[in-house]
Design a binder for this molecule. Sequence first.
Ligand SMILES: [Zn+2]
Ligand SMILES: [Zn+2]
Ligand SMILES: [Zn+2]
Length: 303
Amino acid sequence: MHSVSDFELEVADSVQANSAVFLRRAASELVSIGDQGDSAFDQERATVVTAFTQMALELALASFLIRKRGLRSIIQGSDNISDAEMEMKWRDNTLRTKRFEDNKALLEVASPYTYEYFEGAIDDFQQKRNKIVHLYYSFDEADRFDLKYESAYILIHIVSKLMFGHEDSVNYPERLKRTLTRDVFAKLVRFPPYVLYISRLAEEHSRNVLTCLECEQRTFSDIEMKCFACTFEYPHGRLIECPNCLETAVIYDNLNIHINDSVPARCLNCAQRSLAFHCSECRLDTATFSADDCRYCSQAEPI
Ligand SMILES: [Zn+2]
Ligand SMILES: [Zn+2]
Ligand SMILES: [Zn+2]
């Protein structure tokens, strides 16, 4: 494991801030006024969104690799340069970096888990971006429609993981809100073409797709305990049966239930609020409207 110097952290922070510039611009372009998602972008918006999204991604990847593997891992000719020279070149804006291709290959080795999100999702994007900055890319109608959800997906799920993934127990929705502003974040995770795409993904990974506590859309997986739209996660959470709709969809503070008489609970299916408590008789957590009324004990046959 590479131990990262203060100088390298400073560089990683600057690169991350630079990525945030393009993340914000790409997101604002995507959700700008009047777009309900039923028509394709025009050529100009498709060009801008593609270029900004790809730049946010390339910079986020660079900041991720600097934190994980050090600055040397992403610069050209790193074997023949001293630390002092490297710092001087950085301050002079003359440090030369490796190609995105090289960084992608390094990510696969450095963080296979993060690479899984990356793989496949971005190759096509990268080719379009290269055409845009070197010559021209003519987007056909299907491209200009797909771009709407592809770009939102890359920004929310890939760029944010690369930007913030080094933090301990990172709360992605919170970090994205701070980077994008609350308003743009809210619009981005509710962007209709993205939500349509993500709802299908959520269905594939759930028994029941439930309502997310954070973005309040029907995109929360009861199996993975995470929202596919806004990335809100409740990894240690459990769901219990709802006293109202009877679905296994009530979320509660299961980690602290033992030290409380009861904790507030809410059904992610029918939105009914209730109380959850740990029943000392059957030793199960139960959701109820009145304390001490255990759903399981009251259903049991009297002895
Ligand atoms: Zn959500
Ligand atoms: Zn319910
Ligand atoms: Zn009981």
